[in-house]
Design a protein. Structure first.
Length: 465
């Protein structure tokens, strides 16, 4: 058994070899909490949740760090616009992110450090880089000298002579316009902290380098994040950490975006879909299926049609589970997933191929039900539950119990009303009044219900939207 991952730095899929046998250390760039999360934000957390689950299934002890960037230019700008403390805005949105992660079934990280809680570690790193000649102070700010680090831009494979830093970095006191800010000098009305070089606040890139060092040491296995972070964020993290003396990440794994009309989902573009709104319209487990089942390196083009297709596909899985449980009672997950599923997951987390194995197993289970082969149906359900459990999609898992329980009283009321109509339909069928029976079935269908005639009598389920 060898897990293989696409390493952005190598531009190829590599066999995964952990630094410490049996252990995996992962650092994921988490939320910048200037606003509530949209589904593009949560996709990253979800993709790495699936990675973590697969490592754990394979027997690894996983340390998973997902940071919170609770101070940056946008948070400060919103604080000024809204007349609210910066920390109030940050905490409110941090809670919204955690609610989003939890709603979609993401396991909590091992640690979730906030940037502002690690100023001491940042000052220590800056001091070391200045002493080594890789950073310098100018007008109260501290900049990283990119030309002092020969490996700069190895991750994004750019030419330094063609490089232009973002305009908002400013050029005050820089020796080279391409140098990036590790620490920004204090400005009136902005939050600041004391350092040997004056009061100020941290730069975005420094925060992650310092926190990764704090929680994972000088070397760790996997650094993750969205594809948009390769440059400048991850490139600058590498420069700081390695110039400081760390080996830093051994593998770089990046997830693709959720797009809308071909554009990356972004609040600044006005095309974002908030998680808090989506969970009101769609069941969270369906959203997890929609966001988590494409390959993590594939773009997801958002559309309601695609969501409806995901809902219908997951509904077929749930329908099979429900039918077996009704016939055989509770079925525990199998101890091991099928080998074809494992092979797909080992190969760069091939969730689409793994999902195909699930649907094939569901079809086999449905055939067994049709043949009244209870033993085979139960065996297939055990396999399906094991596979869904790895993906965090098992509807029988207690994690989703709250979703199942919601509206239970209403479900009972609807069931009673539907049973009355179904009894009328059965009576019409018994007297061979097929027109009335079909009309009653069609009327239920127009209400969004799917009627299935089974050997045990008619049963109803909610249809796709």
């Amino acid at each position: 058994m060898t897990i293989r991952l696409y390493d952005t730095s190598a531009r190829q899929i590599r066999d995964f070899t952990p630094l410490t046998p049996g252990c995996v250390s992962i650092y994921l760039c988490g939320a910048t909490v200037q606003a509530a999360p949209h589904i593009g934000h949560i996709r990253s957390g979800l993709n790495f949740d699936i990675m973590r689950r697969w490592f754990e299934y394979r027997g690894y002890d996983v340390t998973f760090i997902r940071n919170v960037t609770d101070i940056d230019d946008k948070i400060i700008a919103k604080s000024a616009d809204q007349g609210r403390p910066w920390w109030s805005i940050g905490y409110e949105n941090e809670c919204a992110f955690n609610d989003g992660y939890a709603a979609l079934g993401c396991l909590p990280p091992t640690y979730e450090p906030r940037a502002t809680g690690h100023i001491t570690e940042m000052v220590e790193m800056m001091r070391g880089l200045i002493e080594r000649g890789h950073a310098y102070e100018a007008d109260g700010s501290v900049y990283f000298d990119v030309r002092s680090f020969p490996g700069y831009l190895a991750l994004s494979r750019q030419d330094i002579d063609d490089l232009r830093q973002p305009a908002e970095e400013g050029i005050t006191g820089k020796r080279d316009p391409r140098d990036f800010a590790m620490w920004k000098a204090s400005k009136p009305g902005e939050p600041d902290w004391e350092t040997p070089w004056g009061r100020g606040r941290p730069g975005w890139h420094l925060e992650c380098s310092a926190m990764a060092h704090k929680y994972l040491g000088s070397a760790f296995d996997i650094h993750g994040g969205g594809l948009d972070l390769v440059f400048p964020h991850h490139e600058n993290e590498i420069a700081q950490a390695k110039a400081y003396g760390d080996d830093f990440a051994q593998y770089w794994v990046h997830n693709a975006w959720v797009t809308m009309s071909g554009e990356k989902m972004s609040k600044s573009l006005g095309n974002s879909v908030l998680v808090s709104e989506m969970v009101k319209q769609w069941r969270p487990i369906v959203l997890r299926y929609y966001l988590g089942t494409p390959h993590y390196r594939s773009m997801i083009e958002y559309s309601e049609e695609a969501l409806r297709e995901a809902e219908a596909a997951f509904g077929r899985i749930e329908g099979f589970i429900q039918r077996v449980v009704e016939k055989a009672g509770p079925v525990e997950p199998a101890a091991e997933v099928p080998s074809a599923f494992a092979d797909a997951m080992d190969d760069d987390l091939g969730v689409p191929q793994a999902l195909a194995v699930i649907h094939t197993t569901v079809r086999q289970g449905n055939s067994a039900l049709g043949a009244d082969d209870k033993e085979a149906a139960v065996a297939r359900l055990a396999e399906v539950r094991a596979m869904l459990g790895v993906l965090g999609l098992d509807p029988l898992d207690p994690r989703w119990a709250g979703e199942t329980d919601r509206g239970e009283d209403l479900h009972g009321v609807v069931d009673s009303l539907v049973r009355m109509v179904l009894d009328q339909r059965q009576a019409a069928r018994a007297r061979k009044d097929w027109a009335t029976a079909d009309a009653l079935r069609d009327q239920l269908g127009q209400s969004g219900l799917v009627i299935e005639d089974s050997p045990d009598g008619p049963r109803w389920t909610l249809g796709a939207r």
